[in-house]
Design a protein around this ligand. Structure first.
Ligand code: PLP
Length: 399
């Protein structure tokens, strides 16, 4: 019997999907389930996006497209990143992928040889570790707990960079914590990065349009333009435009990296389909009222979530300022029991919570922080307060 490649053995099924599947089964069995588990934006793009897709369908060439992305899409993306604050980028700095996930995988393949180090902060988006494992890189995980608002501080980054990692991967706003770095915090980290020229920098900032409280989006290159030569910005239509199923991700970075990603594309995905491309152009270049309205809505929901969680004795919930996640430290529950069932860790907590109350949350250990759980609060508003009340009632019954 032939064996599968070792790298497949290193890939783990997503812990998020395990909870989502359990919630789906309970729902199918007739239970009243409120899902705070999957990180989907839960809204659809503006009508102009569908109109552009329908129009493109009428004129479809049926051909392969560009490995880098169609010029119209690259130009629309340039317009989008200029509005974010990037300047001086051209088409040759860009490349495309089937969502940010595939783009990140491409970047790992382009930058990391087997055994080389990639460092990133925990809590981290689950896939970072999995991608590192699949390509055979060593992950150096920098623990950032609730006591430091889940944010990386310059001294931690400095210590990590002294090991000369090949790649530093950064995520702002953060999935799973919803934390957003201020301009000053970004500048302080950029100062450290500037001292270590042998490390590539990837900023996975796909939640850049969901920043609350007037904080604004910031990137290391805004503070230190010289980092441009080794920094890659990753973006996607998934979260900003409510288009996770359309699968379009893009990078802006040094020409050498954009070229490498384009070459990898030519050997696997080839191109993003024409109709999808037209929809993505409309999303980036068209009216931005849907993402703006959603950002406001999520900021309001954030307030409701933080207020409810902070009212639970012992639960610590650093205040998220972006994306659509909250990441409360629930470790006060460990060692307690719910109606006779002992809870010793985050996985048991989420399993008992789901079984007892029908509320699905994701254990923090999926993100490298086993003291917490992730709440994704994009569910319909009518479900938000009842879901939070069930969590409060659950805590009240722990003994
Ligand atoms: N990066 C982060 C931080 C994410 O949370 C996600 C999706 O949840 C992705 C990348 C992947 O996005 P895409 O849908 O564009 O593949």
């Amino acid at each position: 019997m032939p064996q599968l490649a070792q790298r497949v053995g290193r890939a783990k099924p997503s812990a998020i999907m395990v909870i989502a599947e359990k919630a789906r089964q309970l729902k199918a069995a007739g239970r009243d389930i409120i899902s705070f588990s999957i990180g989907v934006p839960n809204f659809l793009p503006g009508e102009h996006v569908y109109e552009a897709a329908r129009e493109a369908l009428k004129h479809d060439s049926g051909q392969y497209g560009s490995n880098r992305g169609a010029d119209a899409l690259l130009d629309a993306f340039l317009q989008h990143i200029e509005a974010l604050g990037f300047s001086g980028y051209g088409r040759s700095n860009l490349s495309i992928g089937i969502g940010a996930k595939q783009v990140l995988y491409n970047l790992a393949e382009a930058m990391l040889n087997e055994g080389e180090e990639i460092c990133f902060a925990a809590p981290y988006w689950t896939t970072y570790h999995d991608i590192a494992d699949i390509v055979g890189a060593k992950a150096n995980v920098l623990h950032c707990g609730a006591e430091q608002n889940y944010k990386l501080v310059p001294a931690q980054l400095e210590a990590a960079l002294q090991r000369k990692p090949k790649v530093f991967l950064f995520n702002n706003p953060s999935n799973p914590t919803g934390m957003v770095y201020t301009r000053e915090e970004i500048a302080a980290l950029a100062d450290v990065l500037a001292k270590y020229p042998d490390t590539w920098i990837i900023t996975d900032d796909i939640y850049n349009s969901m920043v609350f409280d007037g904080l604004g989006y910031n990137n290391f290159v805004f503070a230190r333009p010289e980092l441009r030569d080794r920094l890659v910005f990753v973006d996607s239509v998934s979260k900003t435009y409510g288009m996770p199923g359309w699968r379009v991700g893009l990078i802006a970075g040094p020409e050498s990296v954009a070229k490498a990603v384009t070459t990898l594309n030519s050997n696997h995905i080839t191109s993003v389909p024409e109709v999808i491309t037209a929809a993505a152009v409309a999303a980036f270049a068209g009216p931005q009222d849907v993402p703006r309205a959603k950002c406001e809505e999520f900021a309001g929901k954030r307030d409701v979530v933080v207020e409810a969680l902070s009212a639970i004795p012992g639960v610590v919930c650093p205040r998220p300022q972006g994306a659509f996640y909250a990441f409360p430290d629930i470790s006060v529950a460990f060692g307690k029991s719910y109606q006779g069932t002992k809870i010793t860790n985050d996985v048991e907590f989420c399993a008992v919570l789901l079984e007892a109350t029908g509320v699905a949350c994701v254990p923090g250990s999926a993100f490298g922080e086993p003291r917490a759980m992730r709440i994704s609060y994009t569910c319909p508003t009518a479900q938000l307060k009842p879901g939070l009340e069930r969590i409060q009632a659950f805590f009240a019954q722990l003994s």
